[in-house]
Ligand binder design. Structure first.
Ligand SMILES: Nc1ncnc2c1ncn2[C@@H]1O[C@H](COP(=O)(O)OP(=O)(O)OP(=O)(O)O)[C@@H](O)[C@H]1O
Length: 486
């Protein structure tokens, strides 16, 4: 077909004559337009993932936009009705209404969905070409002060943006009929164990109970607290618990590799009254024979877990997304699925330069992208975050954090499906004791030393509540009940 060709995303309105034509499928575009003219009630479903710019031919872009406008105005999108609103009276050399009548006549059916998928796939391929061409161009000609690493990160971000908009089968629109057939099949498969459960146990019975089974696939969870409240402690136990059931990927961006592995070892080697702090394991000296034996035993148990640790000083959302995909492929070869991804912590997650300097918008981009990642990869993403000082503001009687303390942090509260807030009274008792040394505070500290309050400030899967848990920060361990003798 002739006509005004447009290559969306790449810029120039006319393709270069010598270069091979970018991917497109004229028949699929025609069939999609015809299907929408024949059965316009399919438009809402199609419009979720096909926009006018996804058509290769400018005339087709115009026709699609016209169909959308007519349907919105409750006017039947026939060829005759469309023709009056087009920018050009002809399409491919024919009068517009003749062309439109012809494609309707030649249409093999009225179903739009499969044609829409092809049109969108071709548009994505053209966008991929544009990303590739721009990378080649930049690698050759960018000035010396642009680091190659920056170009890679830029390209990763662009590919991630493309990935995020590619429709996923399980996210695509469904009629009630399709939806119920899908749900019946899904329930049968879940009951027979044919597909993995929608949740992964946290290993903390009360937390599983109030969240409908634990970490939910497709959700973004936030684990937040003031510094020293035990975010990394809680992450250590929760991640190794989850890794008994499903694949777990941990992005440790704050503490070093040896510290995080030492935390796992200390947590698993826990024996009441015979502390083996992670700091001692890290240092490696002064370990007694029985302690080395306990470490060895814990190491053997850690080896059984489906857990992978990525330690980097920082990571972009795109790097996290690529690592998630790679881990999914690796686990799939063993017949396993990735269930939960932990990120410790928000401050060290980097984003594109789009909102440089505006941290609130940057955080919004991070939480939005991570939520998208959780949905598209069918995993639970658990993001650790530090609460700001307002929790400890003068005059605030209760320092237990609430979701309101997240208000200044971009879209965190809105994007998160579940918000877990950590509170250890002992942190404040220790400070008070240092300042005053009074016996009442000392007694209270002994009593509350191992108390951890896990406040479910937001809970998409159940009620909000506070769970009273046990913790030993030196051993980087939390549990439902005391791991002591009681
Ligand atoms: N051997 C130890 N004995 C007692 N307390 C310890 C020991 N090792 C670490 N801690 C305490 O554990 C807490 C650190 O827990 P964790 O690293 O999980 O905190 P966090 O919430 O991740 O904090 P941050 O934001 O400071 O990293 C701190 O209060 C620290 O003082």
């Amino acid at each position: 077909m002739s006509g005004r060709a447009v290559i969306p995303f790449t810029g120039p309105a006319e393709p270069a004559t010598q270069a091979p034509e970018p991917p497109h499928n004229v028949e699929a575009e025609q069939a999609l337009l015809a299907a929408l003219m024949l059965k316009p009630d399919q438009l809402p479903e199609v419009a979720q993932w096909v926009r006018p710019e996804h058509f290769y031919f400018a005339d087709h872009q115009d026709v699609f936009a016209c169909i959308e406008a007519l349907v919105a105005a409750n006017v039947e999108p026939t060829g005759v009705n469309i023709k009056g609103y087009l920018r050009e009276p002809t399409i491919a050399g024919e009068p517009a209404h003749v062309y439109l009548a012809r494609i309707v006549q030649e249409a093999s059916g009225w179903s739009a969905a499969s044609h829409a998928r092809v049109v969108r796939d071709m548009a994505t391929r053209r966008a991929m070409l544009a990303v590739g061409e721009s990378l080649v161009e930049r690698a050759r000609f960018d000035p010396a002060d642009t680091a190659a690493q920056a170009m890679i990160e830029d390209t990763e971000q662009k590919l991630l943006d493309l990935r995020a908009i590619v429709p996923q089968a399980h996210l695509a629109g469904q009629s009630t009929h399709e939806g119920m057939a899908w749900m019946r099949e899904r329930i049968t498969s879940l009951r027979s164990g044919l597909i993995a459960s929608t949740s992964v146990s946290t290993g903390i019975a009360d937390l599983d109970r109030v969240t409908n089974g634990g970490f939910q696939r497709g959700q973004l969870w936030l684990l937040a607290g003031r510094p020293g409240m035990g975010k990394t402690v809680a992450m250590t136990t929760l991640s190794r618990n989850a890794a008994r059931e499903a694949g777990v990927l941990v992005f440790q961006l704050e503490v070093t590799r040896d510290q995080q592995w030492s935390r796992y070892l200390s947590d698993l080697a826990y024996v009441h009254n015979r502390p083996l702090p992670f700091g001692k394991i890290m240092a490696g000296v002064d370990l007694k024979d029985d302690e080395v034996w306990r470490i060895d035993d814990a190491a053997r148990r850690i080896e059984q877990l489906h857990l992978r640790l990525e330690c980097e000083p920082s990571a972009t959302v795109a790097q996290i997304a690529f690592a998630v995909k790679a881990e999914k492929r690796r686990l799939a070869k063993q017949g396993l699925s990735l269930g939960v991804v932990f990120i410790d912590y928000l401050k060290f997650v980097r984003v594109s330069d789009r909102y440089k300097g505006n941290r609130v918008l940057e955080i919004g981009e991070i939480s939005g992208s991570l939520k998208q990642l959780a949905k598209s990869e069918d995993i639970c993403v658990v993001l650790l975050a530090q609460l700001n000082r307002q929790v400890e503001a003068e005059g605030r009687a209760d320092r237990r954090p609430t979701v309101a303390d997240l208000r200044d942090s971009g879209e965190l509260e809105q994007d998160a499906d579940t918000v877990l807030l950590l509170y250890r009274e002992s942190v404040y008792l220790e400070r008070k004791l240092k300042a005053s040394n009074d016996p009442e505070t000392a007694a209270r500290l002994i009593d509350r030393q191992h108390a951890l309050e896990l406040i479910l400030g937001k809970n998409r899967s159940g009620k909000t509540c506070t769970l009273d848990l046990w913790c030993d920060v030196a051993a980087s361990s939390i549990a439902q009940h005391s791991r002591g003798p009681h």
